[in-house]
Design a protein around this ligand. Structure first.
Ligand code: AHR
Length: 512
């Protein structure tokens, strides 16, 4: 992002003294578009945690809640609207205590376990491999499985891959057939462990790199398909983890993960999801924008060992993490979702697009009822969160060509961070250009000029997500507090767009 500081300072002084609306200038370079924004950047994550699976996605066939083969009809219909490209499962921390064989066969005979990571609840294994992979087929998305390295064996992981993907006359494929599934499922993405530096085994990077090499050796490719193996990657600023993995594992992995949460790390609490001050709002946006620097540093290390960018950076956990809603189980990570969360989603997606030549997948945590979710449920009720609407508006960027851009915007100093007031991203697909804009300023609208630099244009339309206050959120009682609306304040004139971007808003423009 280029910042014309001198111009900005003059402009801010002039703007403030004359009471004018600030100006933002964006120049698109459609002629330089060459990188595809993988649809997998829009990936989701479902863990056996709180009511993400049980109650959120799955209620079982005998539930009075309307369902198809146990999957909630309302939730499935809402998720289909998002065109989810992939779904990561079964964790998270849960993955490294999960023994897949407990979750197959007749549900009444499946052994129970204690979910030690998340609230100590009893997991009855009624949602297992078949239930997950069939859900992916129902949603039309690709499964992304996380294998157990922390407490599982090499044999166990190897057999899971065989059970799911082998078409042959092999013991595991035959067991699958006896359990009612004739043909193998299509599974490409396979994670070898999760957070192996923490809940996934508290390993050193050197030890994990060796474990990765060993476990992944026995995750075989069946029937001509190739597994895309993803190594458990770094937490946030742990650049040494990436360095060691790149050096010691290298091209034996196809992807390396990274986890980055927008989470407050002081004052003993993470803060309320809905009750926060303007200062906390801007701090949150600053923290979420910091992921760009973190990504740049991990990518720089990856570039040293993999100049051709064959290994993908997979940000397979990201999003906001607040205190749980009052009165809910602290181990269930159930949180509300305001316009602030929507801003974090939009800003993060704009950043992920920019590094699409290295970032091949991301997974927001998590899909339903956990952390920054798309959907909240309570018994038979469901509500769509502001984050859901960002994913809906932004889906036009999936598998589109990234259009490089330059942006000049006013900045704000929040504690130690300087944050720009406007963020933008643009892409082209099927003859249409889409531009996503975020105005982070709580008070001021922004006048934005966008140069389309020779792109053929005829018409522009837009959609907006905003609210009266940034703390606004949808509830089961009041579902329509935040929703997408048509956006009118855009004009196309001689290859330039002029946009009046309201305070605290997210806009996606479509230029035909
Ligand atoms: O998403 C919640 C938890 O956060 C995951 O289980 C774990 O991988 C991470 O620490």
């Amino acid at each position: 992002m280029k910042k014309c500081f001198l111009l900005q300072i003059c402009w801010i002084i002039v703007g403030i003294t004359c009471g004018q609306t600030p100006k933002v200038s964006i120049t698109l370079h459609p002629g330089q578009a060459q990188t595809t924004i993988s649809k997998h950047i829009y990936g989701q994550f479902a863990e056996h945690l709180g009511s993400c699976i049980y109650g959120g996605l799955w209620v079982g066939e005998n539930s009075p809640i309307p369902n198809t083969h146990g999957y909630r009809n309302d939730v499935v219909a809402a998720l289909k609207e998002l065109q989810i490209p992939n779904l990561r499962w079964p964790g998270g921390c849960f993955a490294d205590e999960y023994h897949w064989m407990d979750g197959i066969g007749s549900p009444e005979k499946r052994p129970k376990m204690v979910n030690n990571n998340w609230g100590g609840t009893v997991e009855d294994n009624s949602f297992g491999t078949h239930e997950f992979l069939n859900l992916c087929e129902l949603l039309g998305c690709e499964p992304y499985l996380s294998g157990n390295v922390g407490s599982g064996t090499v044999e166990e992981m190897s057999k899971w891959v065989e059970y799911i993907t082998s078409e042959g006359d092999s013991p595991m494929a035959n067991l699958r057939r006896r359990n009612g599934r004739q043909n193998a499922w299509k599974v490409k993405y396979f994670g070898v462990g999760n957070e192996s530096w923490g809940c996934g085994g508290n390993m050193t990077p050197e030890f994990y790199a060796d474990q990765y090499r060993r476990y992944s050796t026995y995750c075989r490719d069946y029937n001509g398909t190739r597994l895309f193996k993803i190594a458990s990657g770094a937490s946030d600023y742990d650049y040494n983890w990436t360095e060691v993995l790149m050096k010691n594992v290298g091209h034996k992995m196809q992807g390396l993960s990274l986890h980055y949460y927008t989470v407050k790390g002081w004052e003993g609490s993470k803060g309320s999801a809905t009750q926060f001050s303007p200062e906390e709002y801007y701090w949150t946006l600053g923290k979420s924008l910091e992921i760009e620097e973190v990504i740049q540093k991990h990518i720089a290390i990856m570039d040293k060992y993999d100049k051709d960018k064959r290994i993908g950076l997979m940000v397979d956990e990201w999003g906001t993490w607040w205190d749980v809603e009052p009165g809910t189980n602290p181990g269930f990570l159930y949180q509300q979702n305001t316009l602030r969360d929507a801003m974090v989603a939009a800003l993060s997606l704009n950043i992920f697009h920019k590094y699409a030549d290295r970032i091949q997948m991301t997974n927001i945590a998590q899909i339903v009822n956990v952390l920054q979710s798309m959907i909240l449920t309570s018994n038979d009720k469901m509500v769509l969160t502001p984050t859901y609407f960002v994913f809906k508006m932004y889906k036009v960027h999936q598998d589109a060509l990234l259009i490089p851009l330059e942006i000049t915007s006013e900045t704000k100093k929040i504690r130690e961070r300087e944050i720009p007031v406007v963020s933008a991203s643009a892409s082209r697909k099927d003859g249409k250009i889409h531009i996503s804009l975020v105005n982070m300023d709580l008070e001021s609208e922004q006048d934005v000029m966008i140069k389309l630099s020779g792109a053929k244009t005829g018409n522009v339309t837009g959609q907006i997500l905003t609210a009266k206050t940034v703390n606004d959120h949808n509830t089961f009682e009041n579902q329509g507090v935040i929703k997408v609306a048509d956006f009118k304040y855009v004009k196309l004139n001689k290859g330039e767009l002029s946009v009046k971007l309201p305070a605290k808003s997210i806009v996606v423009l479509e230029v035909l």
